[in-house]
Design a protein around this ligand. Sequence first.
Ligand SMILES: *Cc1c(COP(=O)(O)O)cnc(C)c1O
Length: 464
Amino acid sequence: MIQPDPKREEFLARFADAQATLDQGFARLPPSSQPALGEDAAIILREAAERLHDNDPYFHPLYAGQMLKPPHPIARAAYTLAMSLNPNNHALDGGRASSAMEFEAVAALAKMFGWPKHLGHLSSGGTFANLEALWIAGQLHREQGTSLAVAASDQAHYTHTRISGVLGLPFVSVPTDNTGRMDLNALEQALKTHRIGTVVATLGTTAVGAVDPLDRILELQARYGFRIHVDAAYGGYFTLAGNLRPEARAAYDAIPRADSLVVDPHKHGLQPYGCGCVLFRDPSIGRFYEHDSPFTYFTSKDLHLGQISLECSRAGASAVALWATQRLLPYEVGGEFARGLEAGREAALAMHKRLAADVRFEMPMTDPMLDIIFWAVKGTTVVQSSSQAQSIFRQARQMDLYLALAELPIRFFPEGTWPDHTGDVAHVTCLRSVMMKPEHLTWSDEIWRRLEAATSAVLGVNTP
Ligand SMILES: *Cc1c(COP(=O)(O)O)cnc(C)c1O
């Protein structure tokens, strides 16, 4: 028999309290005829719970694999609370209160990035938010009578190529250096040879957490003239962290001069999925969204979110959850939320150090830039290294340590790491870990103990 979990009891009690307050506001209405759950539903729910066992334990600190972070309990509670109304943030008619909360939550994000004026809204995720930013960029160029290309690094999120295809914009891939950051010489070359209208700077690449040098891209902008879109879906919140490397700090400090930005509260912002955000520094781009919906905008002459977003229906619950989380954990340098990001980064640095001291591993050219670490297994050939990384990945899972694998360019490692390498195998399978939970810092001894044991099981013990 499973023991009752005091935290769960507390969650349910506090949630019931908030639900009662919400219900009070509608108590004047005759009782509605909503069905009760009933015994059949209880059986199905138990079955669903059993089906869900077929997942890795994403909520637990021993899950240190992909970019998955559990929502904060207040986000879960606020989301569930809002679900009893299920507001739709397309129009004020469908979600007055939750739209107001969205405007406030988005303003808090804009303020965090140092944008005093902005236009922006939440979206279903980073992909759609990036689509909107590049759509606006394309519209602006069309206004000037041209169709110009989008340029992003070869480590930018894979969806940028697709998004450009959907929008009918040419796409230029810019090579990265040995640390995964956009190569500025390559960018300048591309600016000379292509008609580039927008450069996407990724602040925190999804694979390795590399931070493109936005400050230096702005110097090129002064000479060549182009729009800058910052894709900070994963890395955006690190602007609050006090422990960034100087070159990363310089990139974040340049954000106030970019034109548009995407950040995903459902990645580092402790939110359930379905919460991205796009911001524009110039509110006048709102003109491109103009449309006449014949049936949705009636109750108010105020701005409806659907009048400034491409998507129509959107969960108002996402805005309620984000708003509540921001109230509890405001975006302040040195505050609790910022300390959580700093802790994850510290955990990544500590783990990187331990890995570097172990002769069984090969380390990349650079320390982690944010909270993602990756490393390879020593081997005489790329093929052997890759296959041993896979074995350690599988062995670690047996020991309830959940890591990730990534295919990464061998140029991310010092030259000569794989003497056999003849140039035909450009990638090596690496182990990768996103240490994005604040608890990863206090769990780093235990994570290391399990990783060490898994490695020894595959490769034999470390004999220095
Ligand atoms: C995750 C991510 C995206 C895509 O965002 P989704 O929310 O998964 O749609 C885009 N860009 C970067 C840099 C990302 O990390």
